[in-house]
Design a binder for this molecule. Sequence first.
Ligand SMILES: Cc1cc2nc3c(=O)[nH]c(=O)nc-3n(C[C@H](O)[C@H](O)[C@H](O)COP(=O)(O)OP(=O)(O)OC[C@H]3O[C@@H](n4cnc5c(N)ncnc54)[C@H](O)[C@@H]3O)c2cc1C
Length: 457
Amino acid sequence: MTDLATDPAVVVVGAGPAGLRAAEALTRGGVRPILIDEAERPGGQIYRQPPPGAARSPRTLYGFEARKAVAIHVIPARLGDAIDYRPQTLVWNVFGQHLDTIGPSGHHRLGFNRLVIASGAMDRVLPFPGWTLPGVFTLGGAQIALKAQGVSIGRRVALVGAGPLLPLVAYQYAKAGAEIAAVLDVTPFSAKLRNAPGLLAQTGTLAKGLWYVARNLLSDLVVCSGVRAIGVMGQDRVRGLWWHDAADKEHRVACDAVGASFGLRSETQLADLAGCGFAYDDITRQWLPQRDATGRSSVPGVYLAGDGAGIGGADVAELQGERAALAVLEDLGAPIDTARVAALDRKLARQGRFRNALERAYPYPAHLLNDVDNAEIICRCEGITAGTLRAAATERDAQEMNRLKAFTRIGMGRCQGRVCGPAAAEILARTLGKNIAAVGRLRGNPPVKPIPVGGLP
Ligand SMILES: Cc1cc2nc3c(=O)[nH]c(=O)nc-3n(C[C@H](O)[C@H](O)[C@H](O)COP(=O)(O)OP(=O)(O)OC[C@H]3O[C@@H](n4cnc5c(N)ncnc54)[C@H](O)[C@@H]3O)c2cc1C
């Protein structure tokens, strides 16, 4: 095997399916990468592991995906000294050819020769009446509670969403014995029907999705599609949920917890700080860092893999991780297996057709923002309301997101705009009567997540 010792190192950020497959492929090419992840254990979001010692089988935790999960989890142990694995380490800044990290041994500045960013995704949140009440979680948060801790978010739970995570979490909660008050899909059934032919590009994945939907229907759950508006009832905590169905008829259920999110959004801050070019994606209504089919970004030496540069799902993330590693090796002058490259490219193209149909089947539910009240909190970190955002647009001429931030502090709180940014952009665009792309996006700033300042380099 070639020994491609690089100084500084090749660094992979993210030990989810994308980052782990990237690290593995790099070792096969003779590189010893540094693999960094803020989580304690490898696996990323889908294959998130419970704390050490928790005694639940992979089959219980991951269902159909148990074998894949185990295959992903064992990668760091299997590679041993061939990688430098640094768990519990957050990359909070990218600056030129350097990363700033904080981990068990404190703050470090780390140079890199090549950087693979595989930072994954998070839930997409939209404000609705009562969304800040105790007892409201994201769907991903609800799933993490179950996967990592083995607990439900409440005794009687309502689930709301716009994407394949909704039927999956409903199924997982029902299987775990939770009482489910309602499962509300805010996307129209007609969108799924229209895009059914595209979904046939991955029959296996489609079959799994339909199986969850069918199980939910057979379990007598209250399932409603095409929901037009939702709101949480309760003053001090969640007491119930109301919604308007496709015919605008109001319904109410009692519950003590709500899981709600509206698709996924890529974690793009590191790519932003690395200087990668971004483009607006009309289908998902998100700004995404640009990458080519090999994973190369617009910045030489920086590569993007997995959900962090556009949602593709775990199988795509694995393929993209390996593909980006092969691009790194090629750029380092190492010989690469061209037959493997061709096979990866073919698989990725097929997955791309499926993903495109899936995004169209679950369109971003911008209609939920139609009647946001001026008093509604949009940024919960800073307590900023929709009315404050609208006033900055009309009275102070904030024409784009960074002016809006300067006038209102939106995006300056703990989440750095990762939660409130998409909703704020929709409200600004509507107030100005502009296309959403025209109001731009919040610029990334370090630290990407809160860090202790003691010991900063
Ligand atoms: C909450 C949630 C739940 C999901 N549940 C499912 C599911 O049940 N089934 C399903 O099919 N798909 C699910 N998905 C989608 C699925 O997780 C992804 O498609 C898949 O995990 C993508 O793999 P990835 O490697 O690109 O990213 P991820 O698996 O998200 O891995 C990214 C890794 O990067 C690390 N990271 C990110 N930023 C930094 C940083 N700055 N410093 C250090 N480390 C960092 C994270 O800790 C994480 O381990 C879920 C997604 C989310 C967000």
